[in-house]
Design a protein around this ligand. Structure first.
Ligand code: SF4
Length: 227
């Protein structure tokens, strides 16, 4: 499988924020978010072809009890099912971070599903050539329901503007999501912008019973790889 990076850090987002974890980042994605913060796994996918034994050896060299399998879109990575199986055999708690457009029968303790909102569609990037595929794929209600039924989940939304909230409320209601499992996180890769957006988003969470998530890794280390 094509692996972008394997590193040890703390989880920066969602219900397990702050948890020391080994991150296995696959390269390749079926979406093209306009603001993608890992373009080296989507717009210009980079990485090294590693077999399962090589991935496991690199992951188990690190002292984590929690694994985060992320991307890119890890659910489309060849070998994702055996990889999660091997991580489970090794006794690690597994989070899979996915946009929720594809189902695969992975081993997973927290399915971190991040459906992409309308503002993610890349109308202005590369002449808009990815916009129609992105728009067609970004919300797959049947896949989302299947993931939410099969695994403990969080629905983690990247929020850029107040207008995003109507879309979130409608999708959460359509899916019957528990509000305590709906996580709102400010969009951005700049600590000042995250603070500014985070301030109003935290108020929204207080009013609506959603969970607020920071982007802790960016606050601590800035926007760079390997954290
Ligand atoms: S789904 Fe994730 S990896 Fe894929 S383009 Fe969007 S932000 Fe980037």
């Amino acid at each position: 499988m094509k692996i972008s990076e394997i590193f040890y850090s703390v989880q920066g987002e969602g219900m397990l924020v702050g948890t020391p974890s080994v991150f296995v980042r696959t390269s390749g994605c079926n979406l093209r978010c306009a603001w993608c913060d890992t373009p080296y796994t989507s717009w210009q996918p980079e990485g090294e072809e590693l077999d399962l034994d090589q991935v496991m050896a690199a992951a188990l060299r690190l002292p984590a009890r929690y694994a985060v399998v992320t991307g890119g879109e890890p659910m489309i990575a060849p070998g994702i099912v055996p990889l999660t199986g091997r991580l489970r055999e090794a006794g690690l708690h597994i989070t899979v971070e996915t946009a929720g457009t594809v189902f695969a029968p992975v081993a997973c303790d927290l399915m971190s599903i991040s459906p992409k909102l309308a503002h993610s569609t890349p109308h202005a990037r590369e002449g808009g050539r990815w916009a129609s595929q992105h728009e067609r794929l970004r919300i797959q209600p049947e896949v989302l329901r299947r993931l939410m039924t099969a695994y403990p989940y969080q629905l983690k939304f990247v929020v850029a503007q107040p207008e995003d909230l109507d879309e979130i409320r409608a999708l959460a209601a359509q899916l019957g999501a528990e509000s305590s499992r709906v996580v709102l996180m400010p969009e951005g890769t700049n600590a000042d912008l995250l603070r500014q957006r985070g301030a109003w988003l935290a108020e929204v969470c207080q009013q609506e019973g959603y969970r607020f998530s920071p982007r802790l890794h960016i606050e601590l280390w800035g926007h760079r790889r390997g954290v």
